[in-house]
Design a protein around this ligand. Structure first.
Ligand code: COA
Ligand code: AMP
Length: 630
């Protein structure tokens, strides 16, 4: 079948289509009900029972793939390389599930994981899933305050962490950050399990364990017995993953088990053309959805070998790092954020380092996480001389919404486009009142309900936010928060967010959250944070700040303190480095900040002064303030 037939089948015969995909997995109880009739919250495979950890590990061992590598751990920051076969990984996961079980973790309990990119992070995820419990991973770049917010919302029974992470050469002591978060949080988990990393002496940090609360991973493993997989219902949550919304409070996206397993398994072959025995290298972090889906669950469900890479695209040690990984592990598909390739291009514009490596097995380069700008597409495509595939998705969807389905039919690429809707997704472009727009015209990207399997089922502890955040704006549709257009061939172009979410180096962040932090500084009367275009990281936050009357503080001092405050509250990954004092902010007569205009000014673009503006002089003042600060 070609792409068109495949897509039409999923659109018009979803029951048969998804039943066929579900039949590729070894369920404990195969579902008789494929999808419920509730379009806004469809229950996928409601009466099916499965365990995703079993499907990702035990199943492959039973099929005779026990000796095949499941995870290649490659850590240029420590010099460590390790391969875990499916049989070894299964044993480690079963044993660690035994550790968790001994601590009382059961089906339905929540467990927070705050770890660097080490195999124990994947082992922890799969062990939680083995017990039918729900994991919630917090990305290591988030500060203690952010971790505390997530602990209070997820209310974990146990937290799993590690002594430290390593960012190029800087050591990140995770355990003290965890201790600080636990002090701040109102919810107190019963225990923490800490993995003490054993690395070279100059990279070593010994975490201090608190007797009675903290357990050492290694000694707990020695005293535990293996735990078997626990069957769960398809709709039972597998994980909660917090993502930035427009307010200061992150949203806990809830993922089901069965729908997700079916969707990921399908995507591994249909989109990535990866099958049992193939090697996929996804250069992300287990703290992001990309890491959940295509470092851990997707590749393992498909019986692939996955590369877990603890390093950067550049400086660990150079811009040839990705090519070296592709050569060393015979990588067939690589997946990364465009920022990574912009960083490689900056360091090695002619891609001279590429010549040093044998990439004969590499077939395709996939990019997502942010818009793939045509110049980066062109560079990667020219240098690699292989298909470069942009694809669009979100934490909420859990797997690609628009892509070029290389495993079904590779369509011609149009630079700037994520290609076509993935089977299961009916993508439409709507105007602000919910009407369709013409091909080529920009609008709001929406998905007609019901969403296919694998997508979010609700927001943890806050189903009303699911309704108000995604379903209310356009009745009958899921509002993606992205804007863009469809061309006459049905190709989808995603141009950027329509809300206050920004994307810095492929990391999704909320300007609303940054504003809350900046506004909490005693010298700040009012502020506005917007994104400025950045040639490396895509976007970079910029704060415009009105100081309180009577405050005697230099602009430099204010900026320094605000930068430190955002780093302390949100984390280094926010990359908040610019805060400019201004006298006024442009507002409508009803008091709403004209953010679109502020964004244009920050980017040095032309703009039209709207008739609703209260104080047109504020615009010139902002231009001058930005010019003064360079
Ligand atoms: N733990 C602790 N700190 C972290 C971290 C982690 N896991 N990840 C990032 N940080 C810190 C960095 O050390 C840096 O701190 P600094 O301001 O003190 O230097 C800050 O957060 C910003 O990090 P980053 O955005 O990664 O910038 P960088 O300058 O260190 O690296 C790139 C630039 C382009 C190499 C890097 O951004 C990159 O690899 N981008 C691709 C992102 C990606 O894969 N995203 C996946 C989403 S699909
Ligand atoms: P996250 O939830 O962190 O995966 O971020 C999702 C957001 O990243 C989307 O809503 C988009 O704004 C952006 N994004 C992801 N992939 C793409 C892409 N291929 N093209 C354009 N934007 C993208």
């Amino acid at each position: 079948m070609n792409y068109h037939d495949h897509y039409q089948q999923a659109l018009h015969h979803p029951q048969q289509f998804w039943q066929e995909q579900a039949s590729q997995l070894a369920w404990y109880k195969f579902p008789q009900q494929i999808v419920s009739s509730d379009e806004t919250a469809p229950d996928w495979f409601a009466d099916g029972q499965l365990n995703i950890s079993y499907l990702a590990l035990d199943f492959h061992v039973e099929q005779g793939r026990g000796e095949q590598t499941a995870i290649f751990y490659d850590s240029p920051v420590t010099g460590v390389k390790q391969a875990y076969s499916y049989a070894e990984l299964k044993d480690q996961v079963a044993r660690f599930a035994g550790v968790l079980k001994k601590q009382g973790v059961q089906k339905g309990d929540t467990v927070v994981i705050y770890m660097p990119m080490i195999p124990q992070a994947a082992i922890a995820m799969l062990a939680v899933a083995r017990l039918g419990a729900i994991h919630s991973i917090v990305f290591g770049g988030f500060a203690a305050h952010e971790l505390a917010i997530r602990i209070d919302d997820a209310k974990p029974k146990v937290i799993i962490s590690a002594s430290h992470g390593i960012e190029v050469t800087r050591l990140i002591p995770y355990k003290p950050l965890l201790d600080k978060a636990l002090q701040k949080a109102s919810h107190k988990p019963e225990c923490s399990i800490i993995y003490q990393r054993q690395v070279a002496p100059e990279l070593q940090v010994e975490a201090q364990l608190q007797p009675g609360r903290d357990l050492d991973w290694d000694s707990a493993m020695q005293h535990a017995t293996d735990a078997d997989p626990v069957p769960v219902n398809s709709a039972d949550p597998l994980y909660i993953l917090y993502t930035s919304g427009t307010t200061g409070k992150p949203k806990g996206v809830v993922r089901d088990t069965g729908g997700y397993a079916v969707a990921l398994h399908y995507s591994m072959s249909a989109i990535y053309n990866c099958h049992a025995g193939d090697v996929i290298f996804t250069a992300s972090d287990v703290g992001w959805v990309v890491g959940h889906s295509y470092i851990v669950y997707g590749p393992l469900l498909a019986g692939c070998s996955t590369v877990l890479y603890e390093g950067k695209p550049v400086f660990t040690p150079d811009a040839g790092a990705f090519w070296r990984v592709c050569q060393d592990y015979k990588v067939k598909a690589i997946f990364a954020a465009p920022t990574a390739f912009r960083a490689i291009r900056k360091e090695d514009p002619e891609a001279a380092l590429l010549e040093q490596y044998d990439l004969s097995v590499l077939e395709t380069l996939f990019m997502a996480g942010e818009r793939l700008d045509p110049p980066t597409y062109q560079w990667a495509s020219d240098k690699l001389k292989r298909p470069v595939i942009d694809h669009w998705w979100q934490t909420e969807s859990g797997w690609p919404i628009a892509a070029n389905l290389t495993g079904i039919e590779r369509l011609p690429v149009k630079p700037g486009s994520a290609t076509v809707p993935v089977p299961g997704y009916d993508i439409q472009v709507l105007d602000d009142s919910g009407g369709p727009v013409k091909n080529g015209e920009q609008g709001n990207i929406a998905i007609k309900l019901p969403l296919p399997p694998g997508c979010l089922t609700t927001i943890w502890n806050n189903p009303a936010r699911y309704q108000s955040g995604y379903l209310r704006q356009f009745p009958g549709f899921y509002a993606s928060g992205d804007g863009g257009y469809k061309d006459e061939d049905g190709y989808i172009f995603i141009m950027g967010r329509t809300d206050d979410v920004i994307n810095v180096a492929g990391h999704r962040l909320s300007t609303g959250e940054m504003e809350e932090v900046v506004a909490s500084h005693p010298a700040v009367a009012e502020c506005c944070v917007v994104a400025k275009q950045d040639s490396l990281k895509g976007q970079q936050p910029v704060g415009l700040v009105i100081m309180k009357n009577g405050i005697d503080m230099s602009a430099e001092q204010l900026q320094q303190e605000l930068v430190a405050l955002v780093r302390e509250h949100i984390g280094a990954l926010a990359c908040f480095k610019i805060a400019v004092p201004v006298k006024r902010l442009p507002k409508t007569r009803s008091g709403k900040i004209l953010r679109k205009i502020v964004r244009s000014i920050v980017d040095g673009e032309d703009y039209q002064v709207p008739s609703t503006i209260d104080d047109p002089d504020s615009l010139k003042e902002i231009e001058a303030a930005l010019e003064n600060t360079g």
